[in-house]
Design a protein around this ligand. Structure first.
Ligand code: HH2
Length: 279
């Protein structure tokens, strides 16, 4: 397992699990439904996530929930750039931009972001160019299809092998475009073009993905698989299931967990790692 992840001016230690806090500056995210859509509440929430111990703040200006509509890049930039700029200046942790669009990534890097989190896995050559011309950390995520259609009968022969092969291929492609290996982090994309069974299988066999030799990120917080397993339709009431999944992911080799509830996740991890003997 990799021990550090290079993200711009930050060398992020992964000796203990890193908790990435989610900051959706959107009116329509499934998980927090527009609670931080205006800049003042987005900044307050970002500061709160850092104070709670987040090792990265992931700022997103487009919801990628199943069936979501695309927003224009101009609107995505309007939502995210100033928030990134203020938080990058103020907080001592890397700011990540959660986007599929190279123009948005470029604007965020210019505003001080240190990570590009691309849920489409750097499929767009223009995004690869932006990545290779920067020193940012990169999250390469697997998604089958596009957000609008991805939950329409997703199909795999062997989900873990196929996702692993795809991620490794994208990592090698980025490396041959000039990206240092130490900057790359992989993510199987829980809920992105996957059924409940696919998600469970990916988590069950997460150690196979950790064995690929790159830092591994898992985002399962408040997702519909937690809702399905706990019979809870309201994403904001999925904390217990989200904590259970985060603990499982870390125990199976995840280095970074992307969560909405940073304080609670860090507390759960503290108990888990004390028992494991690495506190
Ligand atoms: N999940 C979401 C968004 N971005 N990025 C990575 N790397 N991994 C994930 O699993 C992931 C992600 C979806 O969650 P959320 O941001 O809460 O919802 P929305 O897309 O509706 O804003």
């Amino acid at each position: 397992m990799a021990r550090t992840w290079r993200c711009g001016r930050f060398d992020l230690s992964l000796r203990t699990p890193c908790v990435m806090g989610v900051l959706n500056v959107t009116p329509d995210s499934f998980s927090d439904g527009g609670a931080f859509a205006d800049h003042a509440s987005a900044l307050a929430h970002g500061r709160g996530l850092a104070a709670a111990g987040a090792c990265i703040i992931d700022v997103g200006g487009e919801s990628t929930r199943p069936g979501s509509a695309e927003v224009s890049t101009a609107e995505e930039i309007r939502r995210t750039r100033d928030v990134v700029s203020v938080l990058a200046e103020e907080l001592g942790v890397p700011i990540s931009i959660d986007t599929r669009h190279p123009e948005v990534a470029l604007a965020a890097l210019g505003a001080g972001a240190s990570v590009i989190n691309d849920v489409s896995g750097f499929r767009d050559p223009a995004m690869v160019h932006v990545a290779a011309s920067s020193d940012a950390g990169l999250v390469v995520m697997h998604m089958q299809g596009e957000p609008r259609t991805m939950q329409t009968e997703p199909h795999y022969e062997d989900v873990v092998a196929e996702v692993g092969e795809y991620l490794l291929g994208q990592a090698r492609m980025l490396e041959s475009a000039g990206v240092a290996r130490e900057r790359i982090c992989l993510d199987p994309g829980i809920g992105f073009g996957k059924t409940l069974e696919h998600n469970l299988e990916l988590l069950r066999r997460l150690s196979d993905l950790a064995d690929l030799g790159y830092p591994l990120l898992i985002g399962v917080s408040r997702k519909s698989m937690i809702g399905a397993l706990t019979d809870e339709p309201d994403p904001r009431k999925r904390l217990e299931g989200s904590l259970a999944a985060a603990l499982w992911a870390v125990s199976a080799g995840a280095d970074v967990v992307r969560v909405h509830d940073v304080r609670e996740t860090l507390r759960a991890l503290k108990v888990w790692s004390a028992i494991e003997g690495e506190a």
